[in-house]
Write a protein that binds this ligand. Structure first.
Ligand code: SD4
Length: 332
């Protein structure tokens, strides 16, 4: 349990770290402006973890076990998102995910740490935990992204076992879809979609993870935003982190999560930065009303926020003081 003194000490340390790093990045030219901004900032205690949708609640619990034991944010986010990856009742992530229109479950995932290291896999089949393969791409290779057959070979070479990820329930949904074969992305699909998770650990370091089975009944070979660093996830340990859910093409066209982090660098709160990224989508992409996009952000001070296009997107928060699901504000 944190005492009030520990909390104050953490807050002051965070203030100093934030001040020093922001000054170092020269993103706010006027030191007076910076100190005013920081004094207004609501500093929260560390650690904290946030993640998208209702399935984020169970995922956060797992991440929290690591964060609360003073573990690293990168380990927490990997462990956290493995929960929905393994859950067959979550039909939008990992095992049990909806297949593409050919009946194949193809998975996308990426992970990013406090040192700008990142790893990613796309169009990966038959491996239940793509996030852990992405972690190994980050830790063991000189590359950022492996796709398809190459990603599968890499996973198998590192001890992952192939298994059938298409459950009877997902296969039935696909068979039903085949009757009309009409491709129409569903907004807020069953109130859970991609899981994106962001964490700030005891040491004040940020990391993030994002994993999905992608758009249900997508074209074979389609890859969404979730494994694309900058689109579905971005972390800058000086500033903050962002992740996204919803129709990935919109985030890819606007490099949405990188945009959210850059908005925070300019001094915006996480909520305002997410709102600015949604507004960018609305101003650039004429068909945005047909789709859902939700951004979630966490800054270096532990403040979090979110914004989406359509009502219905919620996100889960876990810290020493909070454990809840929050409904995001929307543009529409
Ligand atoms: C993607 N953002 O692949 C992910 C999840 C999704 O409709 O498909 N949402 O685009």
């Amino acid at each position: 349990m944190n005492t009030k003194r520990t909390f104050l000490k953490q807050s002051i340390t965070t203030l100093l770290a934030l001040g020093a790093s922001t000054l170092a990045s020269k993103s706010i030219a006027d030191p007076q402006q910076l100190s005013t901004k920081l004094s207004k900032s609501k500093i929260r205690t560390k650690p904290v973890v946030v993640s998208t949708w209702q399935h984020g609640v169970a995922a956060n619990q797992e991440a929290w076990r690591i964060l609360n034991a003073k573990g690293k944010a990168i380990d927490a986010v990997e462990a956290g998102v493995r929960i929905p990856e393994a859950d067959p009742n979550v039909m939008t992530v990992g095992y049990g995910g909806y297949p593409d229109r050919e009946g194949h479950v193809t998975l996308d995932a990426c992970i990013m740490d406090e040192n700008q290291n990142c790893g990613s896999v796309a169009y990966l089949q038959n491996i239940k935990h793509p996030i852990s393969v992405a972690r190994l791409v980050m830790d063991k290779t000189p590359h950022v992204m492996l796709v398809g057959e190459g990603a599968l070979q890499f996973a198998k070479a590192n001890g992952f076992e192939e298994e059938n990820l298409l459950t009877a329930k997902a296969e039935k949904a696909w068979q039903d879809w085949l009757v009309e074969s009409k491709y129409a992305p569903v907004i807020n699909i069953e109130n859970h979609d991609t899981i994106g998770m962001l964490a700030l650990d005891y040491d004040g370091n940020l990391s993030g993870a994002c994993t999905t089975s992608g758009a249900a009944f997508k074209m074979a070979g389609r890859v969404g935003d979730s494994p694309i660093i900058g689109a579905g996830l971005y972390v800058d340990n000086e500033i903050g982190a962002a992740t996204a859910t919803g129709m990935g093409e919109l985030m890819m066209k606007t490099v949405g999560c990188h945009l959210v982090v850059e908005m925070m660098r300019q001094g915006m709160s996480p909520t305002d930065a997410c709102k600015a990224a949604v507004e960018r989508i609305a101003s650039k992409l004429g068909d945005y009303k047909q789709f859902q996009v939700g951004f979630l952000a966490l800054n270096k001070a532990g403040e979090y926020g979110s914004y989406c296009i359509q009502p219905g997107f919620d996100y889960a928060v876990k810290s020493e003081h909070e454990s809840k699901l929050i409904n995001a504000n929307s543009l529409i």
